[in-house]
Design a protein around this ligand. Structure first.
Ligand SMILES: [Mn+2]
Length: 339
């Protein structure tokens, strides 16, 4: 905490960045770091994104908690003399850091080989893969600094921890539990409930229906292709849902957005999702990262035609089945039950 404070102190203005399309943990970590900068180091800050906030829950989080999000291209980068990456690292595929910008602070909990060399130039690095949420790492720094977070920040951090640890059930460390305990008295439980179950557009149910029609069940391994889909979030959401099916050890879910193919992997507790996604992606042109039983990746396709997509999915499926030690001959699909 003292090292983080020391890097911030005396700076004019901090710019906080995260994934292109931020999830709750990155939103929580970002507002938590802004609170730390302001209350523990007296530094003003902004939070900027390059993509969109997609999931209905994440949009509700921004709305309910008045999270200030700027578009990166609207900010004058010259006004900032300190840059932080939260819940991601330099070089990650889903993160855009302008080439002229040097990163000073990295707070994250993902394992990733690709980031390692560029991390050496960063003044403050706090990457703890054993922790379930970046929000827990940030909350820990707030607690250590004796900062009482405001209700909105505490609720954002708590929701970040809730989502990345599946309600403190997945990839949970002592720090996650301590952070949640620390935050809970300041959490606005009414707004937390509003964030957890927002109304969903009809298009969401259409996408879900389409996805469930394409599920293939192997021996404990579930594959699902969303084909061309609306967002990487939908791929992750379907993967989360399918892991709840009885007998499923691992879920691989993929979908094409533009010319980027997104993959989400979910495994039972104790399994290594990152190892699985690396095996699945093989030599494809892409990046992946993950922690514990959750991993995600992106593959860049030269073209987005149906044949290219089909071939890619066939290669991935072969790699996955080989890596899981499952024969590819006995797939079942949903909806085949006679009634
Ligand atoms: Mn996270």
């Amino acid at each position: 905490m003292e090292a983080l404070r020391a890097v911030l102190q005396g700076r004019r203005r901090l710019l906080v960045l995260t994934h292109n399309n931020p999830d709750p943990d990155s939103l929580g970590g970002a507002v938590g770091l802004r609170e730390f900068a302001r209350k523990a180091a007296g530094v003003d800050s902004r939070f900027a994104i390059t993509g969109r906030i997609l999931r209905a829950e994440n949009q509700a989080m921004v709305r309910e908690l008045d999270i200030e999000v700027d578009r990166l291209e609207t900010l004058a980068l010259g006004e900032f003399d300190c840059v932080a990456l939260v819940d991601t690292q330099p070089g990650f595929g889903h993160t855009c850091v302008p080439p002229a910008v040097g990163v000073d602070i990295v707070l994250d909990h993902h394992l990733c080989a690709e980031a390692a060399p560029s991390l050496r130039e960063v003044a403050f690095v706090d990457v703890r893969p054993e922790v379930g949420a970046t929000s827990s790492i940030v909350a820990g720094h707030l607690q250590a600094a004796g900062v009482t977070p405001c209700q909105e920040v505490a609720t954002a951090l708590a929701y970040g921890i809730k989502t990345d640890t599946a309600d403190l059930s997945r990839n949970v460390s002592d720090l996650d539990l301590r952070a949640y305990d620390f935050l809970f008295p300041y959490v606005d439980r009414q707004r937390l409930v509003a964030i957890c179950s927002p109304r969903l557009p009809a298009a969401y149910f259409q996408a879900l229906k389409d996805a469930l029609g394409k599920v293939r069940l192997y021996d404990g391994v579930t594959l699902c292709s969303l084909g061309r889909t609306t967002s990487a979030e939908m791929v992750a959401e379907v993967a989360d849902l399918l892991l709840r099916m009885e007998g499923v050890r691992a879920v691989f879910c993929g979908g094409l957005v533009g010319t980027s193919y997104y993959v989400s992997v979910r495994t039972e507790m104790g399994a290594d999702a990152w190892g699985l996604i690396r095996d699945a992606m093989g030599d494809e042109d892409g990046t992946c990262g993950g922690h514990g039983s959750v991993a995600g990746g992106t593959i860049q396709l030269g073209s987005a035609d149906a044949r290219t997509l089909k071939r890619l999915e066939r290669r991935l499926e072969r790699n996955i089945l080989r890596s899981m030690g499952v024969s590819g001959s006995n797939a079942a699909v949903l909806g085949d039950v006679d009634d």
